[in-house]
Design a protein around this ligand. Structure first.
Ligand SMILES: Cc1cc2nc3c(=O)[nH]c(=O)nc-3n(C[C@H](O)[C@H](O)[C@H](O)COP(=O)(O)O)c2cc1C
Length: 186
């Protein structure tokens, strides 16, 4: 199984990109978690689209299509989804292949604040409904106090975070397998 992790932060020391890396140990044997960052994606512009989708949008879209499941890990900016992530979603919504339609998709996030991206996650869920993504509802992974959430080796510092992230990955894998079985039986 191929899981594509998408980080909503461009920051080189991003806690969210780090959280995706730390998820690697929870991926079942035989599966892979690749990480995509959203660098060098232009601002959505229908005039640009009319001349052809930008190379990096096409590349990301192809990675989403090729993935069995998607795991989005994003910061919260001003109580909502960072513009960088929303911009990419706007591009993906215009691609003919509808890369996120029916795609098993899980959401998580890390913030330095106390609510651990809760408000961003509910906005992101709403946006992903418009894609008809196959969203994992529970557990919710909201990592607060991100500056102390990781050990020096990059792993999650807190046992409760370990447990909830592990459960989210298990739920994503189970849901993806279930959908695959359903599709091959149909
Ligand atoms: C523009 C901006 C807006 C922010 N708004 C929020 C917010 O609404 N809630 C919150 O918990 N943290 C907020 N933060 C702090 C982020 O949680 C923090 O910068 C975090 O490290 C960003 O994630 P990253 O490390 O993956 O880049 C904001 C940060 C920035 C730069």
């Amino acid at each position: 199984m191929r899981i594509l992790g998408i980080s909503g932060s461009l920051r080189s020391g991003s806690y969210n990109t780090q959280a995706l890396r730390a998820c690697n140990v929870f991926v079942p044997e035989g599966s892979v978690l690749e990480i995509a960052t959203l660098h060098d994606i232009p601002l959505y512009n229908a005039d640009v689209q009319a001349e052809g989708f930008p190379e990096n949008v096409v590349a990301l879209s192809e990675r989403v299509v090729a993935a069995d499941a998607v795991l989005i890990c994003s910061p919260e900016y001003n109580f909502s989804v960072p513009g960088v992530l929303k911009n990419v979603l706007d591009w993906l919504s215009r691609v003919d292949t509808k890369p996120l339609a029916s795609k098993p998709t899980a959401i998580m996030g890390a913030s330095t604040g106390r609510l651990g991206t809760a408000r961003m996650q509910y906005h992101l869920r709403q946006i992903l409904v418009s894609f008809d993504a196959s969203l994992i509802n529970k557990p919710e992974v909201m990592i607060s106090g991100a500056s102390t959430a990781f050990n020096e080796d990059g792993s999650f510092a807190d046992e409760r975070t370990v447990s909830v992230v592990q459960s989210l990955l298990q739920a994503l894998v189970k849901h993806t397998e279930m959908l695959k079985r359903g599709r091959s039986a149909a």
